[in-house]
Write a protein that binds this ligand. Sequence first.
Ligand code: TRP
Length: 461
Amino acid sequence: MGSTRESLHGQWSSKWVFILAAAGSAVGLGNIWRFPYVTGENGGGAFVLVYLVCIFLIGIPVMIAELMIGRRGRRSPINAMRLLASEDGLSSGWTVIGYMGIFSGFLILSFYSVVAGWSLAYISYSVSGDLASDLDSSRAVFEALTSSAPRLAFWHTLFMCLVIFVVSNGVTRGLERAVKILMPLLFVSLIAMVIYALLVGDAYKALTYLFYPDFSKLSLDALIVAVGQAFFSLSLGMGALMIYGSYLPQEVSIPSTSVIVGLVDSLVAILAGLAIFPIVFGYGLEVSEGPGLVFVSLAIAFANMPFGDIFGFVFFMLLSIAAWTSAISLLEPVVAWLIETKDWSRPKSSLLSGGIIWMMGLAALLSFNEWSEFAPFGKNIFDWAEFVSTSVLLPAGGLLISIFVGWRLSMFTLSEELNGLRSSLYKAWYVLVKYLAPLGVTLVFIESSGLRGVILGFFAS
Ligand code: TRP
């Protein structure tokens, strides 16, 4: 049965390589760029707390579910869902999880690549000594970049080429070598940044801001942002970890690796917050600066520290690489699916799907300049791509995955993939995927979409 099935696209060579690859997918711009800026926009400590609760009570259980589906099916998300549904006699309608995932992957990568391009651009600024040491000039540097469509397009194109290159070569071969050295390096340099920021910035304000939960600052909308950010940061809800799970050796324990990946991912996000907020408060930046927050604040830190150019160079290199190892996992599900169903070669599949995403990315980057006026309902194209994918599609994908695994999949399948169902840890997981994850995500959807008023009104009348 499932345990003897082989992946069509290769396998990770060991448990640790898989953990590095999954952590490589999870740790990326979501932790270092997005986490600090959405925390800043949503009031700080209370948001951080809700976010961490989402990671541990919803994210990690869904991660286990997603990896399990992938390893059981041993193929692309769409075909894995089809196979598992048919083995357990369920509707083939469940493949919608796979199709939705491909769509969200396209949307996410289109704006992700633009931001990764900023990081590449900042590598070049560190080399040319263009990082500015005060707030106004640092903002000006960032705006000079984002207001120039050709510059953004250049860096975005370069980044997409890097992603297509690795995926063309096969993820298990292409990625393994890179993540082994680079992930640990990123971690070390982040810790150095934290120490520097706490020493020169406003450590007290930053720590209070990040860790003192002031619930009066937590809006209902922030709840869905927190759930979305948890899914985004853990790479959940679109099949990225499903495809990585399909390359997972059978003897590796899915729950223990998921806990490790979840811990590493949250730790990196918190470290990023600790590296950035002391600088933000120390130099008088607005916490709600938006997507530019990390670039503007870190550039100031690098421009002021001794050997800052070298440090900045290393840091933006590592950030770009972290973005790269994440972006790969966004492209892999669709590429695996094209290889399986269309029988195309891996390079052809990567180039075609990557090419479409590259074009979508052009639309995203134009919304910072030429098309900035075009903003239906107050959001430009970039904002819409980010909002729809992160706050709608990923939580919806996670919801469907948890319902599928918690309510539809047979005990036999669960027990084979999780090596027995007796431990109390297993029982805790089962309760979380079966009840808490679907309920939590649904409630948050209802709350933040304003449906609550409608429903209450209905019962009151
Ligand atoms: N988790 C990555 C980050 O934090 C982004 C990412 C990679 C992702 N693969 C994903 C997000 C799949 C959602 C779904 O930067």
